[in-house]
Structure formats: structure tokens, C-alpha cells
Write a protein that binds this ligand. Structure first.
Ligand code: MN
Length: 356
């Protein structure tokens, strides 16, 4: 077994191996993949997307190796141990962070440690000059005035952390960006613990273990350096995912959603050549269309076009039901249902129009 194979199967020992005398050979070693978690371990150490020395000269190789292979690995190992046999077992990491309180310090520290470092590795990159997306830029300008102002605010928050902690750019429940800091391994996802709650999209580690080997006590120099290796493409994509979901048409208009359910359960079988569903449910569909027509149209959709199309939906549904009841031919039923399906989709299309 060579060193690499040995490490692949015994990575939990890496912490003990990456000590100063070992760094001579370790310099030539590239990490082979995620820690092979035992099947009962829910969490594992994620691989870096770049080499340990890829962020030089801003973040040095030795710091990256120890930070990832020793510190982060320990959070993962301790988190797996801490949740065993507790109500936290079987939960996702995000669920754990949302549940954790000051009564579970091991889960708080190691759950936070695992989440925070997993985010940190992703929002760093050796790629030069990544840019935020147009929508992320717009949000930064709106909230902070621009990128230089965001940088100043975020780095000041990081400098002001007393002892160990993190500085964050995060998105609140309303989709607004904010800058904050948290002590130790806390983060804005810890709803029971964080003063400002939200989804972090950029986190800067200001523990001494993140910079001491290269920068010693010069935290400000480290922060200036980190700014050069931020991955704004990743941060932008996290910004987009963190925005609250806009409600869909059927959330705003449940009557139309109820009609849609019957339509989809009859139209699609018809397309496959099965007319039984529409033959047995045409009355129900006419009733749902009547309910759509007799209930008020939700304000965002209330236009003359939609009002007229809803009337047609009711009329055509009734006609289809009549046709079924008087035992029209399959061809007649098919063509009537296809036309009704088009009417329904024109309502949905109108609702999705940007103008509404
Ligand atoms: Mn760290």
C-alpha cells in the first residue's frame, strides 16, 4: 500500500499525519477524493475543486492542507458522532442548523464548522476576475451602493470579529442582502442563535487557523488577500438560489389549480388514446370551470382578457360535458377536449405574462 492508498482508506488519520515534519512529502501529495465515510456516517468531507496550492500567493498551500484536511475533517467527524442517537440524526445539515440551540454545543460547533467550511471552499477559486451576475450586481448596488462599499462593509465586519468567527454576505427571508458576523462556527442559518438570519452566500473564515501560518496577526492583510480569490460566479448562483420563490399561478389562484388537476388527469390519458377519464369526469370538470368563473379573479390576473377567457372556459366545459352526456363520438369528444385544453392554457399563459 503506497501513501496515497493508505490515506484514501485512513483519512481520519490525516489530522495526525499533517504535522510540520511531514509537510516535506505532503507537499507533493494531491488529495485523492472525499473522505470515504462509513455507511452509517451521514456527513463526509467534500473534495476541493482546486489544488491546495491553487490559491497561492493569497492563501498558502500549507494552510489549505491543514485547514481542509485537519480542521474541516475534524468538524465532520465530530458532527457525525454528536448527532448519533439524537433527534438531529437523519436530518439534513440545513435542518440541523435551523434546529440547533445553545443546549447542543457539539452539534452547534461541528454542524456550523462543516457547513461554513463547505461553503468557504466553494466561494474561493484560483480563477482570476470572476464577476457577479447582473442581478447580483444590481442587488449589491441597491443595498450597499456598489462593490467597493460591500467590500469595505464585509471586511470591516470580519476585522471586528472578536476572537474566532465568520463574516457573512447573506440573503434574508425577503430576498434582501445583508452583511453580518457570527462568533465561533455559528452562521445565519442558525435561527435560534444568529442575530441576523438568512442564507449565507459568501462567508469569510476569520479564525486564526485560516491565516496564521502566512499572515500571523495581520488579519487585515489576510482579508485583503481573500478578496482576490472570491468566486463571484458561485456567489451569484448562491444568491439566485437563496431568493424567495415567487408564488406560482396556482398558489395565487387555487380554483384554477383545481380545474388544472381535472384537466391534466383527463387530457393526458386522452392523448394516449384513453377517453375513459374524460367520459367519467366531464361533469366534474364543468363544475370546476363554473367555480373558477364564479369566484373573483385574483388581483394580479384581473384583466379583461383573462375575464373573457374564463367565461369561455366555463361555456366550453359545459358544452364538453353535454357532448359526453349525449354520447358524442370519440372524435367529437377529443376535439372538444383539445380545444378546451387550449383555452385553459391561454389563461395560464396570460397569467404568466410579464405585464401581470
Ligand atoms: Mn476554518
Amino acid at each position: 500500500m503506497n501513501k496515497r492508498q493508505f490515506l484514501k482508506t485512513n483519512l481520519s488519520l490525516l489530522g495526525a499525519l499533517v504535522t510540520a515534519p511531514m509537510l516535506g512529502w505532503a507537499k507533493n501529495w494531491t488529495w485523492a477524493g472525499p473522505v470515504p465515510a462509513s455507511p452509517e456516517d451521514p456527513f463526509s468531507l467534500p473534495a476541493l475543486d482546486y489544488a491546495f496550492n491553487a490559491l497561492e500567493p493569497f492563501i498558502d498551500e500549507k494552510t489549505m492542507m491543514i485547514h481542509h484536511g485537519k480542521h474541516h475533517a475534524a468538524y465532520v467527524k465530530n458532527l457525525n458522532a454528536a448527532i448519533q442517537g439524537t433527534p438531529f440524526a437523519g436530518k439534513t445539515l440545513e435542518e440541523i442548523l435551523a434546529m440547533v440551540t445553545d443546549k447542543e454545543p457539539a452539534i452547534r460547533n461541528n454542524g456550523g464548522g462543516h457547513y461554513n467550511h463547505s461553503l468557504f471552499w466553494k466561494i474561493l477559486t484560483p480563477k482570476k476576475g470572476t464577476q457577479p451576475s447582473a442581478e447580483c450586481t444590481q442587488a449589491i448596488t441597491q443595498e450597499f451602493g456598489g462593490m467597493p462599499q460591500l467590500k469595505e462593509k464585509l471586511l470591516n465586519a470580519a476585522k471586528a470579529v472578536f476572537g474566532s468567527g465568520w463574516a457573512w454576505l447573506a440573503v434574508d427571508a425577503k430576498g434582501k442582502l445583508f452583511v453580518s458576523s457570527t462568533p465561533n462556527q455559528d452562521n445565519p442559518l442558525m435561527t435560534n442563535l444568529a442575530a441576523l438570519k438568512g442564507t449565507p452566500i459568501l462567508g469569510i473564515d476569520v479564525w486564526e487557523h485560516a491565516y496564521y501560518l502566512k499572515y500571523q496577526n495581520l488579519r487585515a492583510d489576510y482579508l485583503e488577500a481573500v478578496w482576490n480569490v472570491l468566486n463571484w460566479e458561485e456567489i451569484s448562483s448562491r444568491y439566485k438560489s437563496a431568493l424567495p420563490k415567487k408564488p406560482g399561478t396556482f398558489d395565487l389562484w387555487p380554483m384554477l389549480g383545481a380545474f388544472h388537476k381535472v384537466m391534466s388527469e383527463t387530457f393526458h390519458p386522452m392523448e394516449e388514446g384513453d377517453l375513459q377519464p374524460i367520459k367519467t369526469r366531464s361533469g366534474e370538470m364543468a363544475q370546476r370551470a363554473g367555480e373558477v368563473a364564479s369566484s373573483p379573479i385574483p388581483a394580479p390576473f384581473n384583466t379583461p382578457d383573462i375575464a373573457a377567457t374564463v367565461k369561455r372556459l366555463k361555456k366550453d366545459s359545459k358544452a364538453l360535458d353535454k357532448l359526453v352526456k349525449k354520447q358524442g363520438t370519440d372524435e367529437q369528444i377529443k376535439s372538444s377536449l383539445t380545444a378546451l385544453h387550449d383555452v385553459f392554457h391561454s389563461i395560464v399563459g396570460l397569467c404568466r405574462d410579464e405585464n401581470h
